[in-house]
Design a binder for this molecule. Structure first.
Ligand code: GDP
Ligand code: MG
Length: 751
């Protein structure tokens, strides 16, 4: 590369030495050199290129992007400039600095191709050595210079860099945007706009440009939201300062002709966009002119050199863009190295524990690792101490920052161990609690159900909480404020409460089953007795008079209803007492009682059905009949004589027994001959009843309205057909008894 001409020139000399200078400026002018010095000859160059008298009629374009992404090559093709490009053979770095050249297309100035007049192009040259802080310094400063001065910033990027934060230079863009706001936007009266023109290189064509464009736009708006903005601009959006355009170019080396074609097409966009209605936003037509009036910085051409130098001064003197001193660089390097070294021992201790947890998680059996707490504490204390011993000798600020970095790295891993251990303790604790309660209940059941459920739960919960607390306490890390377990402890307590309430529900069910069983055995006995009384035909209050039914028969159902309701009342009291003893809620008790009443009714109904089963009832009717037929009114057995009115006695006894059949057929209260008030007695379902509570309940006629069965039907013990059938059978049986009596009377006479 040629350096700037040694011959001092100014505008007075311009016409004299013009030809010689033109040659000297063949490759343009190095506006800023590798030592960050601004070239005092910029004005001379603009004069040589006849830009100085142009007023506002000139344009400034810059290019931004990673090293060796073909930026210079692109500019040279677009504007026929001669910026230095890396030779494909040598892969050697071109001279560092910011270069400027005027558009060199033939006849460009005559507007023959529609290109704007006086396009000035800036090419930024950096180096590849990214990790060397010094280069980043230049990179940042030159990128900011380009951004602050240019109307159009070409952002040159490989297709495969799209979506990669580092690859796409997003980090650099972020800093540049930030400082640009701070330095040049904050106090300016008019908000400068620029066009960010993304040129995507080596576009393979698989991914449509639109997709790439969307990815980049998303990344940019994310980036914008993350930058720190000066006060007053906190809510600003990236669109307030930038328009966007996108173009994709084919691979220059693989598809040289296509590349050439596309670049030619692209060059036509560098024309004036006079008073275009579309003022801002996304220039999404690929023929849209890129020079919009609002991008122009409105600096007259003859003042540009001074203006640019002022911008550069501001940039060079800005501390935010400054990069660390050698001392800091060394500290960074060594601290990172020491960090890596001390982490080796830490890894040896901690990795196996992480592996163990990962394996436990994989097989779904998280376990509490014993001694995890001491292992973590020792490893953390050691790694920090080792780091401090070795790294504290270096630059204090860097050391402090790096120590914090290391600590956060270490703590991220320890925190994961800590959390997983807590969750293992939680899981196993809940399980142990639930088991312990079940075991205690079982052993209580064996000892005759005298256990106190609430007490069992209370004791086990205390144990479970104490165990969790000690597990958690054991892994608290000294000096790590994040290692607390208060919240987890609360969650654990909540889970225990949930399990308790589930266990209590189960216990309620067990209690309900026990009470139901009690009701069943009571009703079995007492209801059975009532039906047996029918067999005697005499009931409790002596012989029937004037063909009246004995009280035992007439008020059979009244007594059954009374026995039933009293038995259940008794059961309800047992249930309530016991349920309250283990802290069941009033709602739970209410539901339990409601269920008990319904189930008890089922028990009674089944018992009645059993009693009136064909053989049973027939036998009872026969006994009833025989009692009346074979015994006289004093209860003395009859010895039949031929003179006796066997027929008359037979008919009377038979008719008396037959009247039992309609009585037995329907559950009726004798005093009012009304149906028993089963619906009112059971009551409507409690508010808190759940579908699970209703799942195993049989429908009851007249109580469950949607069952389509009335209370009348529910209370029907024998259907008409059964009654009819029973009557026929009974008559046959009675007839048999009568014939037998008749025979014995005759037999007695012959004796
Ligand atoms: P700069 O550092 O970004 O200015 O890159 P250069 O223009 O100096 O080019 C760097 C290297 O990339 C050179 O060897 C070019 O031949 C090569 N190159 C230029 N354009 C393209 C392109 O479109 N695709 C590919 N793959 N390589 C290119
Ligand atoms: Mg270059």
């Amino acid at each position: 590369h040629p350096s700037a001409p040694s011959l001092m020139m100014n505008s007075h000399f311009a016409s004299v030495g013009e030809d010689a200078s033109k040659e000297a400026y063949e490759h343009g002018i190095q506006v800023i050199d590798e030592d960050k010095v601004f070239n005092g000859h910029l004005s001379t160059y603009l004069n040589v290129e006849k830009v100085i008298p142009a007023g506002f009629n000139y344009h400034l374009i810059s290019v931004f992007g990673s090293q060796s992404t073909g930026k210079s090559t692109l500019l040279n093709h677009l504007f026929k400039t001669q910026f230095g490009v890396m030779s494909e053979q040598e892969r050697r770095q071109t001279t560092k600095g910011i270069w400027m050249s005027k558009n060199k297309r033939e006849g460009a100035d005559k507007d023959s191709r529609g290109m704007a007049e006086n396009i000035l192009v800036m090419d930024v040259e950096g180096t590849d050595g990214r990790e060397r802080g010094e280069d980043q310094d230049f990179e940042r400063k030159s990128a900011l210079f380009a951004l602050a001065t240019s109307e159009v910033l070409i952002v040159n990027i490989w297709e495969h860099q799209v979506g990669l934060y580092q690859g796409a230079n997003m980090g650099l863009l972020k800093t540049v945007f930030e400082v640009n706001l701070q330095l040049f936007v904050k106090d300016s009266k008019t908000i400068p706009r620029s066009l960010l023109f993304f040129v995507i290189r080596d576009h393979l064509g698989h991914t449509p440009l639109l997709n790439l464009q969307n990815t980049l736009l998303q990344d940019l708006s994310k980036l914008w939201s993350s930058i720190s903005k000066p006060s007053g601009l906190e809510t600003s959006r990236i669109e307030d300062y930038f328009d966007f355009a996108f173009v994709a170019l084919p691979h220059k080396i693989l598809q040289p002709e296509k590349f050439e074609q596309e670049v030619e097409k692209l060059s036509t966009r560098f024309r004036e966009g006079y008073n275009d209605p579309k003022k801002s936003g996304l220039l999404d037509e690929d023929s849209f002119p890129v020079f919009q009036p609002q991008y122009h910085r409105r600096i007259p051409a003859d003042g540009f050199a001074v203006y640019a130098e002022g911008v550069w001064d501001q940039i060079v003197n800005n501390k935010d863009l400054d990069l660390p001193t050698q001392q800091e660089l060394l500290a960074q390097f060594r601290c990172d190295e020491i960090s890596r070294e001390v982490l080796i021992a830490f890894d040896e201790k901690i990795t196996p524990l992480e592996d163990k947890q990962a394996e436990d998680a994989r097989i779904g059996k998280p376990t509490v690792i014993p001694d995890l707490g001491s292992a973590m504490n020792v490893a953390r204390a050691k790694v920090m101490k080792d780091f401090e011993t070795n790294a504290s000798r270096y630059h204090k600020g860097v050391f402090t920052r790096k120590r914090a970095e290391l600590e956060s790295k270490v703590d991220t891993r320890l925190k994961a161990l800590f959390q997983k251990q807590l969750s293992a303790a939680h899981k196993s604790g809940v399980e142990a609690f639930s088991n312990a309660v079940s075991v205690a209940v079982k052993s209580g059941q064996k000892k005759g159900n005298t256990y106190d459920f609430a007490q069992i739960v209370e004791t086990e919960k205390k144990k479970a909480l104490a165990k969790f607390e000690s597990d958690a306490q054991a892994i608290v890390i000294h000096g790590a404020p994040w290692s607390t377990y208060k919240q987890e402890m609360n969650l654990y307590r909540k889970d225990l409460d949930e399990v308790s309430s589930r266990l209590r529900k189960e216990e309620m069910r067990r209690l309900a089953t026990r009470v139901e069983r009690w009701v069943r055995s009571r009703l079995d006995e007492s209801i059975g007795l009532e039906f047996n009384k029918i067999g005697t035909g005499r009931g409790g209050s002596g012989a029937p008079e004037h063909g009246e039914r004995p009280a035992s028969e007439k008020d059979l159902w009244d007594r059954i209803w009374t026995i039933f309701t009293e038995t259940v009342e008794d059961a309800e009291k047992r249930f309530t007492d016991r349920a309250q003893s283990f802290d069941a809620s009033p709602e739970e008790v209410e539901v339990g009682l409601w269920r008990l009443r319904r189930k008890s009714w089922g028990v009674l109904r089944a018992k009645i059905d059993e009693e009136v089963m064909e053989g049973n009832i027939l036998l009872k009717l026969r006994e009833n009949f025989e009692d009346k037929f074979r015994y006289d009114e004093h209860g003395v057995p009859r010895i039949w004589r031929p003179t006796d009115d066997i027929e008359g006695i037979y008919t009377k006894a038979r008719e008396s027994t037959i009247t039992l059949i309609p009585l037995l057929s329907r559950f009726r209260l004798s005093r009012t001959s009304a149906l028993p008030p089963l619906d009112a007695w059971i009551g409507s379902p409690p508010q808190s009843v759940s579908p699970a509570d209703e799942e195993d309940l049989m429908p009851i006629g007249g109580v469950d309205e949607d069952e389509g069965k009335s209370l009348e039907e529910e209370m029907t013990v024998l259907s008409d057909a059964k009654r009819q059938d029973l009557l026929v059978r009974f008559k046959k049986t009675a007839d048999g008894v009568y014939v037998e009596a008749k025979r014995s009377a005759i037999g007695g006479m012959t004796q």
